[in-house]
Write a protein that binds this ligand. Structure first.
Ligand code: ATP
Length: 421
């Protein structure tokens, strides 16, 4: 096991485009680190530089205290688990797990002990004599992990390992990976574009956009204190609502009414003109179902609801609003950055399932005003963020000008080549 330090890592492909642009991340020994972001943000490139499949243009990659920039993949002792598992179809589960040990010339006795230990941990004992073709996606995933475990690697590296699985199995495998990583305590770097995986698995999460680190923080910090519009829109489902807003004193004027927010949150927003307010759907409630006392601090307002979706355990109410052109423009850009996640000019309000709000109602809605964020519409910076609690905030994320070039793809066969690093 080892810590992984990435220091000012830059990757420029042949055309000079910085796929990874000055990224510094310290993964602690035993930590579960997530690299997350939309397609083309550079997360796979960064992972491939850790494992040694991509040259590093500049910066230092330090693993276990040793600079590895010039070390071949096989000399880094890292175990990579790929999306397509890269199992050998003609070998049994046992021999697939044993493969790296046989390659390293281990004795039969050592192979047997390690394979059986791994298969016990992964609950694969009854499948050892089967071939991968007869296994479910989840079982194949575990075999691929078994092969990584037997190598006593310094760290596990996962590249979107669950994206081939159906939703149910994905949920199941997610908990299995979390459990296994905690049990083994092995340093792990895990690439995903799925914010649920990022939030549920990571000790810390690095959010990337166009090759630039936006925020590095625990899932809770990312959710409560997103440093900019991008992180705010990326983390949370359904996504945060974004509305036009102006601030006077500690009053925030939004399309549905004016709400007072705590003074310290309003401080940096003074005199900034038109802003974007961000409110998560779950920070609203039907005021009719609020328990007495819970409504403070908070405000209520009336809004016309045009659609209600009742899901059993909760409900969503939708209420359209008007937004000026500049706010719409910023939201369109954000939508593009978020890979097409639609951000309509409508309030999405999460309601308790006992709420009787229905379509066409002029509903009285409560909002937790202490949770309202205010963003600068030009830079996207969160003006209400508690900087002491927001984790690592790279200084120039919002102003960095990065060309948008997302067409190139990794060469086929790279994954094959990398399997037995
Ligand atoms: P995805 O989830 O779609 O795999 P990603 O976040 O992992 O995306 P990368 O694959 O790391 O992104 O790519 C980052 C950027 O680098 C993209 O703009 C991509 O087009 C570019 N890129 C990746 N591989 C190459 C390559 N071999 N040659 C040139 N450009 C590349």
């Amino acid at each position: 096991m080892a810590a992984i330090e990435m220091k000012n890592i830059v990757k420029q492909y042949g055309d000079g485009f910085p796929a990874v642009n000055d990224i510094s991340i310290d993964v602690e020994d035993g930590e579960f680190m997530i690299l997350v972001g939309p397609s083309g943000c550079g997360k796979s490139t960064l992972l491939r530089m850790i494992v040694g499949l991509e040259d590093i243009t500049s910066g230092d990659m330090v693993i276990g205290g040793k600079r590895v920039n010039d070390l071949a993949p096989r000399d880094r002792n890292l175990a990579m688990v790929f999306q397509n598992y890269a199992l050998y179809p003609h070998l049994t589960v046992y021999e697939n797990i044993a493969f790296p040990l046989r390659l390293a010339g281990a004795s039969n006795e050592e192979v047997d002990k390690k394979v059986r230990d791994a298969s016990k941990t992964l609950e694969l004992d009854e499948h050892l004599e089967r071939k991968p073709g007869n296994l479910s996606g989840g079982q194949r995933q575990r075999v691929a992990m078994g092969r990584a475990i037997v190598r006593d690697a310094q760290a596990f590296l996962f590249d979107e390992p669950l994206s081939n699985l159906d939703a149910k199995l994905r949920g199941q495998m997610r908990t299995e990976i979390a459990r296994l990583q905690r049990r083994l305590g092995i340093t792990t770097v895990y690439v995903t574009h799925d914010q649920t995986e990022a939030m549920t698995l990571g000790d810390r999460v690095a959010v990337l956009k166009r090759g630039i680190l936006q925020q590095l923080a625990t899932p809770r910090e990312l959710y409560t204190n997103p440093v900019n519009l991008f992180v705010a829109g990326f983390i949370g489902s359904p996504p945060m609502n974004f509305l036009p807003a102006t601030v006077e004193g500690s009053s925030v004027k939004m399309p549905f009414g004016t709400v007072k927010i705590p003074e310290d949150r309003a401080k940096r927003a003074q005199g900034k003109g038109l802003l974007i307010a961000g409110i998560r759907p779950e920070h609203f409630e039907d005021s009719a179902v609020m328990e007495p006392g819970k409504a403070t601090p908070g405000s209520t307002f009336k809004t016309k609801v045009d659609v209600v979706e009742w899901l059993g355990n909760q409900a969503f109410a939708y209420s359209p609003f008007e937004a000026p052109a500049e706010v719409q423009q910023q939201l369109l850009e954000l939508e593009r950055d978020l890979d097409g996640e639609a951000l309509h000019t409508q309030l999405v309000i999460s309601l308790d399932s006992s709420s009787r709000v229905k379509e066409g109602d002029e509903a009285e809605i409560w909002v937790d005003s202490s949770k309202i964020h205010l963003f600068d519409p030009v830079t996207g910076d969160n003006l209400t963020v508690d900087e002491s609690a927001a984790g690592t905030i790279p200084s120039d994320t919002s102003t960095a000008e990065v060309a948008d070039q997302q067409n190139a793809i990794a060469t086929p066969g790279e994954q094959e080549a990398a399997t037995e690093t």
